[in-house]
Ligand binder design. Structure first.
Ligand SMILES: Cc1cc2nc3c(=O)[nH]c(=O)nc-3n(C[C@H](O)[C@H](O)[C@H](O)COP(=O)(O)OP(=O)(O)OC[C@H]3O[C@@H](n4cnc5c(N)ncnc54)[C@H](O)[C@@H]3O)c2cc1C
Length: 353
Protein backbone atom coordinates (compact mmCIF):
# COMPACT_ATOMS: atom_id res chain seq x y z
CA UNK A 1 0.00 0.00 0.00
CA UNK A 2 1.28 3.52 -0.84
CA UNK A 3 2.11 5.66 2.17
CA UNK A 4 1.78 9.40 2.71
CA UNK A 5 2.74 11.81 5.45
CA UNK A 6 0.57 14.91 5.80
CA UNK A 7 2.25 17.73 7.73
CA UNK A 8 -0.33 19.91 9.47
CA UNK A 9 -3.88 19.12 10.57
CA UNK A 10 -5.61 22.35 9.60
CA UNK A 11 -8.59 22.15 7.26
CA UNK A 12 -6.25 21.52 4.31
CA UNK A 13 -4.28 18.73 5.97
CA UNK A 14 -7.24 16.82 7.34
CA UNK A 15 -9.09 17.03 4.01
CA UNK A 16 -5.97 15.74 2.22
CA UNK A 17 -5.77 12.85 4.70
CA UNK A 18 -9.41 11.85 4.06
CA UNK A 19 -8.90 12.18 0.30
CA UNK A 20 -5.78 9.99 0.28
CA UNK A 21 -7.41 7.44 2.55
CA UNK A 22 -10.29 7.13 0.08
CA UNK A 23 -7.78 6.39 -2.67
CA UNK A 24 -6.31 3.54 -0.64
CA UNK A 25 -3.30 5.31 0.88
CA UNK A 26 -1.95 4.68 4.36
CA UNK A 27 -1.71 8.18 5.88
CA UNK A 28 0.16 9.62 8.87
CA UNK A 29 -0.88 13.13 9.89
CA UNK A 30 1.74 15.05 11.88
CA UNK A 31 0.47 18.06 13.83
CA UNK A 32 2.57 20.34 16.00
CA UNK A 33 -0.33 21.42 18.27
CA UNK A 34 -1.07 19.21 21.28
CA UNK A 35 -4.54 18.39 19.96
CA UNK A 36 -6.62 18.55 16.80
CA UNK A 37 -9.06 21.41 16.35
CA UNK A 38 -9.81 24.81 14.90
CA UNK A 39 -10.22 28.32 16.27
CA UNK A 40 -13.52 29.81 17.50
CA UNK A 41 -14.67 31.56 14.33
CA UNK A 42 -16.92 30.97 11.36
CA UNK A 43 -15.91 30.20 7.82
CA UNK A 44 -17.59 30.59 4.46
CA UNK A 45 -17.52 27.47 2.31
CA UNK A 46 -18.21 27.99 -1.40
CA UNK A 47 -20.17 25.44 -3.48
CA UNK A 48 -17.09 24.02 -5.25
CA UNK A 49 -15.49 23.15 -1.89
CA UNK A 50 -18.75 21.67 -0.57
CA UNK A 51 -18.88 19.50 -3.71
CA UNK A 52 -15.31 18.25 -3.12
CA UNK A 53 -16.11 17.41 0.51
CA UNK A 54 -19.24 15.51 -0.51
CA UNK A 55 -17.30 13.59 -3.15
CA UNK A 56 -14.79 12.62 -0.46
CA UNK A 57 -17.61 11.29 1.71
CA UNK A 58 -17.65 14.21 4.19
CA UNK A 59 -21.34 14.49 4.86
CA UNK A 60 -23.42 17.04 6.69
CA UNK A 61 -21.61 20.27 5.81
CA UNK A 62 -24.74 21.92 4.43
CA UNK A 63 -26.84 20.63 7.32
CA UNK A 64 -24.43 22.21 9.82
CA UNK A 65 -24.33 25.50 7.87
CA UNK A 66 -26.46 28.51 7.13
CA UNK A 67 -26.96 29.28 3.44
CA UNK A 68 -25.78 32.86 2.90
CA UNK A 69 -28.37 35.24 1.52
CA UNK A 70 -27.60 38.40 -0.45
CA UNK A 71 -26.99 40.79 2.43
CA UNK A 72 -25.56 43.95 0.92
CA UNK A 73 -23.09 46.56 2.02
CA UNK A 74 -23.52 49.49 4.37
CA UNK A 75 -21.66 52.63 5.42
CA UNK A 76 -20.53 53.02 9.05
CA UNK A 77 -23.62 55.17 9.80
CA UNK A 78 -25.88 52.34 8.58
CA UNK A 79 -26.90 53.78 5.20
CA UNK A 80 -27.03 51.12 2.48
CA UNK A 81 -24.51 51.27 -0.37
CA UNK A 82 -25.89 48.11 -1.97
CA UNK A 83 -29.05 46.81 -0.35
CA UNK A 84 -29.95 43.19 0.16
CA UNK A 85 -31.29 42.73 -3.36
CA UNK A 86 -31.00 39.33 -4.99
CA UNK A 87 -27.94 39.75 -7.18
CA UNK A 88 -28.35 36.27 -8.66
CA UNK A 89 -24.90 35.32 -7.40
CA UNK A 90 -23.55 32.01 -6.20
CA UNK A 91 -23.10 32.30 -2.44
CA UNK A 92 -21.25 30.25 0.18
CA UNK A 93 -22.59 28.49 3.25
CA UNK A 94 -21.44 29.69 6.68
CA UNK A 95 -20.27 27.17 9.28
CA UNK A 96 -18.30 27.18 12.54
CA UNK A 97 -14.66 26.24 11.81
CA UNK A 98 -14.51 23.64 14.57
CA UNK A 99 -17.67 22.00 13.22
CA UNK A 100 -16.22 21.80 9.71
CA UNK A 101 -12.96 20.38 11.05
CA UNK A 102 -14.89 17.80 13.13
CA UNK A 103 -16.98 16.74 10.13
CA UNK A 104 -13.81 16.05 8.13
CA UNK A 105 -11.88 14.23 10.89
CA UNK A 106 -14.98 12.12 11.63
CA UNK A 107 -14.18 10.41 8.31
CA UNK A 108 -10.72 9.24 9.47
CA UNK A 109 -10.64 5.46 9.29
CA UNK A 110 -8.02 2.89 10.32
CA UNK A 111 -5.78 3.97 7.40
CA UNK A 112 -5.20 7.37 9.03
CA UNK A 113 -2.87 7.72 12.02
CA UNK A 114 -2.63 11.09 13.75
CA UNK A 115 0.36 12.20 15.81
CA UNK A 116 -0.22 15.45 17.66
CA UNK A 117 2.53 17.37 19.44
CA UNK A 118 4.84 16.39 16.56
CA UNK A 119 6.98 19.22 15.15
CA UNK A 120 8.31 18.60 11.65
CA UNK A 121 11.77 20.17 11.46
CA UNK A 122 13.54 18.41 8.59
CA UNK A 123 12.32 16.82 5.39
CA UNK A 124 14.63 15.04 2.96
CA UNK A 125 13.87 12.93 -0.09
CA UNK A 126 15.62 10.37 -2.27
CA UNK A 127 14.57 8.22 -5.23
CA UNK A 128 12.48 5.88 -3.04
CA UNK A 129 10.79 8.11 -0.52
CA UNK A 130 10.62 11.05 1.86
CA UNK A 131 12.05 11.17 5.40
CA UNK A 132 10.76 13.42 8.18
CA UNK A 133 12.97 14.36 11.14
CA UNK A 134 15.30 11.52 10.13
CA UNK A 135 12.82 8.92 11.45
CA UNK A 136 9.54 8.67 9.50
CA UNK A 137 9.41 7.44 5.88
CA UNK A 138 6.68 7.61 3.24
CA UNK A 139 6.22 7.57 -0.53
CA UNK A 140 4.62 11.03 -0.59
CA UNK A 141 4.70 14.09 1.68
CA UNK A 142 1.86 16.61 1.64
CA UNK A 143 2.96 19.88 3.24
CA UNK A 144 -0.20 21.46 4.68
CA UNK A 145 1.69 23.29 7.40
CA UNK A 146 0.25 26.73 6.80
CA UNK A 147 1.53 30.09 5.62
CA UNK A 148 4.84 29.79 7.53
CA UNK A 149 5.42 26.27 6.19
CA UNK A 150 8.74 24.83 7.35
CA UNK A 151 8.55 22.28 4.53
CA UNK A 152 8.19 25.04 1.90
CA UNK A 153 11.14 26.80 3.55
CA UNK A 154 13.31 23.72 3.11
CA UNK A 155 12.18 23.30 -0.54
CA UNK A 156 12.65 26.96 -1.48
CA UNK A 157 15.06 28.60 0.99
CA UNK A 158 15.29 31.80 -1.09
CA UNK A 159 11.54 32.40 -1.47
CA UNK A 160 10.39 35.59 0.32
CA UNK A 161 7.28 33.83 1.75
CA UNK A 162 4.66 35.77 3.78
CA UNK A 163 3.92 39.42 2.95
CA UNK A 164 2.13 41.67 5.45
CA UNK A 165 -1.06 43.13 3.97
CA UNK A 166 -0.99 46.28 6.11
CA UNK A 167 -4.08 45.32 8.10
CA UNK A 168 -5.02 43.21 11.07
CA UNK A 169 -8.11 41.02 11.40
CA UNK A 170 -10.50 40.51 14.34
CA UNK A 171 -12.93 37.63 14.59
CA UNK A 172 -15.48 36.46 17.09
CA UNK A 173 -18.66 34.50 17.74
CA UNK A 174 -21.35 36.63 19.35
CA UNK A 175 -24.17 35.29 21.46
CA UNK A 176 -26.81 37.91 20.63
CA UNK A 177 -30.39 37.96 19.49
CA UNK A 178 -30.64 39.91 16.23
CA UNK A 179 -33.13 40.63 13.54
CA UNK A 180 -30.56 41.48 10.87
CA UNK A 181 -29.55 39.54 7.76
CA UNK A 182 -25.87 40.44 8.15
CA UNK A 183 -23.59 41.75 5.44
CA UNK A 184 -20.57 44.01 5.31
CA UNK A 185 -19.95 47.60 6.33
CA UNK A 186 -17.03 49.43 4.72
CA UNK A 187 -15.46 52.54 6.21
CA UNK A 188 -12.16 54.31 5.65
CA UNK A 189 -9.45 51.75 6.32
CA UNK A 190 -11.76 49.45 8.27
CA UNK A 191 -14.48 46.99 7.43
CA UNK A 192 -16.85 44.77 9.42
CA UNK A 193 -18.91 41.76 8.34
CA UNK A 194 -21.22 39.33 10.09
CA UNK A 195 -23.41 36.31 9.37
CA UNK A 196 -25.59 33.91 11.32
CA UNK A 197 -24.45 30.41 12.28
CA UNK A 198 -26.72 27.36 12.47
CA UNK A 199 -26.93 27.53 16.31
CA UNK A 200 -28.32 31.09 16.14
CA UNK A 201 -25.09 32.79 17.21
CA UNK A 202 -23.34 35.23 14.87
CA UNK A 203 -19.86 35.03 13.36
CA UNK A 204 -18.29 38.43 12.76
CA UNK A 205 -15.00 39.62 11.32
CA UNK A 206 -13.40 43.03 11.01
CA UNK A 207 -10.21 44.58 9.73
CA UNK A 208 -8.19 47.71 10.51
CA UNK A 209 -4.97 49.16 9.10
CA UNK A 210 -2.05 49.07 11.50
CA UNK A 211 1.63 48.04 11.61
CA UNK A 212 2.41 44.33 11.84
CA UNK A 213 2.67 42.90 15.33
CA UNK A 214 0.59 45.56 17.12
CA UNK A 215 -2.01 44.29 19.57
CA UNK A 216 -5.29 46.21 19.43
CA UNK A 217 -9.02 46.03 20.12
CA UNK A 218 -11.78 46.63 17.55
CA UNK A 219 -12.92 49.75 19.47
CA UNK A 220 -13.47 51.85 16.33
CA UNK A 221 -16.54 49.74 15.44
CA UNK A 222 -18.24 50.61 18.73
CA UNK A 223 -19.37 53.89 17.14
CA UNK A 224 -20.63 52.20 13.93
CA UNK A 225 -24.25 51.36 13.19
CA UNK A 226 -26.38 48.86 15.10
CA UNK A 227 -25.91 45.90 15.59
CA UNK A 228 -22.10 46.06 15.26
CA UNK A 229 -21.44 47.38 18.80
CA UNK A 230 -23.83 44.72 20.17
CA UNK A 231 -21.98 41.97 18.28
CA UNK A 232 -18.67 43.03 19.80
CA UNK A 233 -20.18 43.40 23.27
CA UNK A 234 -21.75 39.93 22.96
CA UNK A 235 -18.44 38.23 22.18
CA UNK A 236 -16.58 36.37 24.89
CA UNK A 237 -13.26 35.92 23.06
CA UNK A 238 -12.03 38.14 20.23
CA UNK A 239 -9.26 36.71 18.03
CA UNK A 240 -6.76 39.07 16.45
CA UNK A 241 -4.52 37.96 13.55
CA UNK A 242 -2.38 40.14 11.35
CA UNK A 243 -3.27 39.41 7.74
CA UNK A 244 -0.55 38.04 5.49
CA UNK A 245 -0.57 36.45 2.07
CA UNK A 246 2.23 34.84 0.06
CA UNK A 247 4.62 36.75 -2.17
CA UNK A 248 3.92 36.41 -5.90
CA UNK A 249 4.87 34.55 -8.02
CA UNK A 250 4.00 31.49 -5.96
CA UNK A 251 6.63 28.76 -5.90
CA UNK A 252 5.93 25.45 -7.72
CA UNK A 253 3.65 23.30 -5.57
CA UNK A 254 5.50 20.05 -6.37
CA UNK A 255 9.12 19.04 -5.97
CA UNK A 256 9.94 15.35 -6.36
CA UNK A 257 7.78 13.49 -3.83
CA UNK A 258 6.77 16.58 -1.86
CA UNK A 259 3.66 18.64 -2.58
CA UNK A 260 2.42 21.90 -1.07
CA UNK A 261 -1.28 22.29 -0.23
CA UNK A 262 -3.46 25.03 1.28
CA UNK A 263 -1.89 28.10 2.88
CA UNK A 264 1.57 26.52 2.61
CA UNK A 265 1.15 26.82 -1.17
CA UNK A 266 -1.03 29.89 -1.71
CA UNK A 267 -2.04 31.78 1.44
CA UNK A 268 -4.28 34.68 0.43
CA UNK A 269 -5.88 37.55 2.33
CA UNK A 270 -9.36 36.60 3.58
CA UNK A 271 -11.19 39.17 1.47
CA UNK A 272 -12.81 36.61 -0.83
CA UNK A 273 -13.28 33.96 1.89
CA UNK A 274 -11.57 31.39 -0.32
CA UNK A 275 -8.36 30.28 1.44
CA UNK A 276 -9.67 27.18 3.19
CA UNK A 277 -11.97 26.42 0.24
CA UNK A 278 -8.91 26.42 -2.01
CA UNK A 279 -7.15 24.03 0.39
CA UNK A 280 -10.15 21.68 0.15
CA UNK A 281 -10.13 21.95 -3.65
CA UNK A 282 -6.36 21.24 -3.62
CA UNK A 283 -7.02 17.98 -1.79
CA UNK A 284 -9.67 16.99 -4.34
CA UNK A 285 -7.36 17.83 -7.26
CA UNK A 286 -4.40 16.00 -5.71
CA UNK A 287 -6.20 12.68 -5.41
CA UNK A 288 -7.84 13.12 -8.81
CA UNK A 289 -4.40 13.40 -10.43
CA UNK A 290 -2.98 10.56 -8.31
CA UNK A 291 -5.88 8.42 -9.51
CA UNK A 292 -5.31 9.29 -13.17
CA UNK A 293 -1.69 8.23 -13.36
CA UNK A 294 0.21 5.63 -11.40
CA UNK A 295 3.34 7.76 -11.73
CA UNK A 296 3.68 9.91 -8.62
CA UNK A 297 5.83 12.69 -10.06
CA UNK A 298 3.61 13.06 -13.14
CA UNK A 299 0.54 13.34 -10.88
CA UNK A 300 2.18 16.01 -8.72
CA UNK A 301 3.28 17.97 -11.81
CA UNK A 302 -0.29 17.86 -13.14
CA UNK A 303 -1.58 19.00 -9.72
CA UNK A 304 0.81 21.98 -9.79
CA UNK A 305 -0.21 22.83 -13.37
CA UNK A 306 -3.87 22.92 -12.35
CA UNK A 307 -3.75 24.50 -8.91
CA UNK A 308 -0.94 27.08 -9.09
CA UNK A 309 -2.52 29.26 -11.83
CA UNK A 310 -6.00 28.95 -10.28
CA UNK A 311 -4.85 29.98 -6.81
CA UNK A 312 -2.48 32.68 -8.10
CA UNK A 313 -5.58 34.39 -9.53
CA UNK A 314 -7.29 34.20 -6.14
CA UNK A 315 -4.24 35.57 -4.28
CA UNK A 316 -4.21 38.53 -6.69
CA UNK A 317 -7.98 39.14 -6.53
CA UNK A 318 -8.07 38.86 -2.72
CA UNK A 319 -5.19 41.30 -2.46
CA UNK A 320 -6.95 43.77 -4.80
CA UNK A 321 -10.23 43.57 -2.86
CA UNK A 322 -8.26 43.98 0.37
CA UNK A 323 -6.64 47.16 -0.93
CA UNK A 324 -10.02 48.55 -1.96
CA UNK A 325 -11.58 47.70 1.39
CA UNK A 326 -8.70 49.17 3.39
CA UNK A 327 -8.23 52.43 1.52
CA UNK A 328 -8.27 55.49 3.80
CA UNK A 329 -8.41 58.04 1.00
CA UNK A 330 -11.82 59.81 1.33
CA UNK A 331 -12.11 60.50 -2.41
CA UNK A 332 -11.34 56.89 -3.30
CA UNK A 333 -13.84 55.70 -0.67
CA UNK A 334 -16.58 57.90 -2.18
CA UNK A 335 -15.77 56.68 -5.71
CA UNK A 336 -15.60 53.07 -4.48
CA UNK A 337 -18.97 53.25 -2.71
CA UNK A 338 -20.53 54.98 -5.74
CA UNK A 339 -19.26 52.27 -8.08
CA UNK A 340 -20.56 49.55 -5.76
CA UNK A 341 -23.98 51.23 -5.62
CA UNK A 342 -24.26 51.50 -9.42
CA UNK A 343 -22.72 48.04 -9.96
CA UNK A 344 -25.13 46.48 -7.45
CA UNK A 345 -28.14 48.02 -9.23
CA UNK A 346 -26.95 46.83 -12.65
CA UNK A 347 -26.29 43.29 -11.43
CA UNK A 348 -29.68 43.17 -9.70
CA UNK A 349 -31.37 44.39 -12.87
CA UNK A 350 -29.62 41.73 -14.94
CA UNK A 351 -30.49 39.05 -12.39
CA UNK A 352 -34.19 40.07 -12.53
CA UNK A 353 -34.16 39.89 -16.34
C1 LIG B 1 -9.52 36.38 9.39
C2 LIG B 1 -9.58 35.23 8.44
C3 LIG B 1 -10.80 34.85 7.89
C4 LIG B 1 -10.83 33.81 6.95
N1 LIG B 1 -12.04 33.43 6.42
C5 LIG B 1 -12.10 32.44 5.50
C6 LIG B 1 -13.35 32.02 4.95
O1 LIG B 1 -14.42 32.55 5.30
N2 LIG B 1 -13.34 31.03 4.00
C7 LIG B 1 -12.19 30.42 3.59
O2 LIG B 1 -12.24 29.53 2.73
N3 LIG B 1 -10.99 30.78 4.13
C8 LIG B 1 -10.92 31.76 5.06
N4 LIG B 1 -9.71 32.11 5.61
C9 LIG B 1 -8.49 31.42 5.19
C10 LIG B 1 -8.35 30.10 5.92
O3 LIG B 1 -8.41 30.29 7.31
C11 LIG B 1 -7.02 29.43 5.57
O4 LIG B 1 -6.81 29.48 4.18
C12 LIG B 1 -7.04 27.98 6.00
O5 LIG B 1 -7.31 27.87 7.38
C13 LIG B 1 -5.71 27.32 5.66
O6 LIG B 1 -5.74 25.98 6.05
P1 LIG B 1 -4.42 25.11 6.02
O7 LIG B 1 -4.82 23.77 6.51
O8 LIG B 1 -3.77 25.24 4.70
O9 LIG B 1 -3.41 25.82 7.03
P2 LIG B 1 -3.56 26.07 8.60
O10 LIG B 1 -4.97 26.19 9.03
O11 LIG B 1 -2.63 27.20 8.91
O12 LIG B 1 -2.99 24.74 9.26
C14 LIG B 1 -1.63 24.45 9.32
C15 LIG B 1 -1.41 23.43 10.41
O13 LIG B 1 -0.05 22.97 10.36
C16 LIG B 1 0.46 22.90 11.67
N5 LIG B 1 1.91 23.04 11.56
C17 LIG B 1 2.60 24.14 11.19
N6 LIG B 1 3.91 23.88 11.17
C18 LIG B 1 4.06 22.59 11.53
C19 LIG B 1 5.21 21.76 11.70
N7 LIG B 1 6.43 22.21 11.46
N8 LIG B 1 5.01 20.48 12.12
C20 LIG B 1 3.76 20.01 12.35
N9 LIG B 1 2.65 20.76 12.19
C21 LIG B 1 2.81 22.04 11.79
C22 LIG B 1 -0.21 24.05 12.40
O14 LIG B 1 -0.20 23.85 13.80
C23 LIG B 1 -1.61 24.00 11.81
O15 LIG B 1 -2.48 23.15 12.53
C24 LIG B 1 -9.65 33.15 6.56
C25 LIG B 1 -8.43 33.52 7.14
C26 LIG B 1 -8.39 34.55 8.07
C27 LIG B 1 -7.06 34.93 8.67
Amino acid sequence: MSTAIVVGAGIGGVTAAVALQRRGWQVTVLERAPELGEVGAGISVWPAAVAVLEELGVKGVEKASVQSKPAGMRKPDGRWVVSAADLGMELPVMIHRAQLHDLVTAEFGPAVTVRTGYDVRTVTQDADGVTVNGELRADLLVAADGIRSAVRGSMYPHYAGPRYSGFTGYRGIADVDLDDGGGETWGRGQLFGFARLIDGRYYWYATANQPAGATSEPTVFESWHDPLPRLIAGTEKILQNDIYDLTLPLVPFAQGRIVLLGDAAHAMTPNLGRGACSAIEDAGALVRHLGRTGELRAALTAYDAERRPATTKLVKRSRAVGRLGQTENPVLCTVRDGLFAVGGKLVALRARK
